[in-house]
Design a protein around this ligand. Sequence first.
Ligand code: MRU
Length: 348
Amino acid sequence: MKVNQRYYHTIWMKGSKVHMIEQNLLPFEFKIFTSRNYKETCHAIKTMIVRGAGAIGAAAGFAMAQAALEANASNYKSYLQAAKNEIDATRPTARNLFAATEKVYKAALEGKEAAITAAQQIADKDKADTKRIGELGNTLIKDGYRIETHCNAGWLAFVDHGTALAPIYLAKEAGKKVFVYVDETRPRSQGARLTAWELQNEEIPFAIIPDNAGAHLMSKGMIDMVIVGADRIARNGDTANKIGTLEKAIAAKYYGIPFYVAAPLSTFDFECLSGKDIIIEERDQEEVLYQYGISDDGKKTRILVACPNSTAINPAFDVTPAELITGIITEHGIIKPDFIEIEKLISI
Ligand code: MRU
């Protein structure tokens, strides 16, 4: 993806260092954060310098490779195991994180080079899968479509391309007119900050809408389809995604609007039988009570946006039942979110 005429990945590894776009500073500042060891990469995942299912997966794989480089012969296996535990504890919901640490840990047992190769393969595959998701998803978009999306499942959430936004980028490239309604996605506002920034870069017309406006727009016939990403998909098609997704899916079903999830196979968790098995991350209440932004004179500011001394709860994801999902756009095709279709994917 190009930023200021330069091609970037969201995250990449060079030598023992991992470089990533600092997403907490966007859209006000574009900066690369460099992590020198696996602990710093853990910190980056936890504090959401890097975020989004695929990017978290790539970060976790690279962190595991960093751990392999740091470990010495005398403590090799125990160092790797401790690092894996630490990386796994950074964020609980995104499936890609656990798949990545598992794969790179196993490779690392064969040696440091094998760990680096495995981590790089995860990042490369993420890029290739999301490119394909874009191509397949584009076939669903008709000229003139007005599409609602939630959170950020664009290229910032993956190594490149994105999932929910990739079809929209390709639709535009193919000459179709598209308009995107961007849910602001409180509390961290990934829609208003990150998706809006990506769409602006891509010169795609959009409007940010308050999180509670989606159903109203649907009721007025202003939305033709919804596409969202996913953080973990259970074997029965139940899908965990950013908090607020469930409400959009319920509203879309009520108004007969197609509701698509876009996600690579690496986001499917075949050990989770249903959404009930998915662990939902609870984040700090301060994300709800405070907002970060920039004042008119360009100063970064943190302000309290709630009654002083209030408490808040902050579940980061919700689970949309499979029956509310029209289809899942994967790199292997667009499938119905049911057991039979998903079983077929397992055998790939
Ligand atoms: O908490 P985040 O920003 O890491 O949330 C993950 C997401 O980006 C969304 O839920 C997204 O729609 C899933 S696909 C990247």
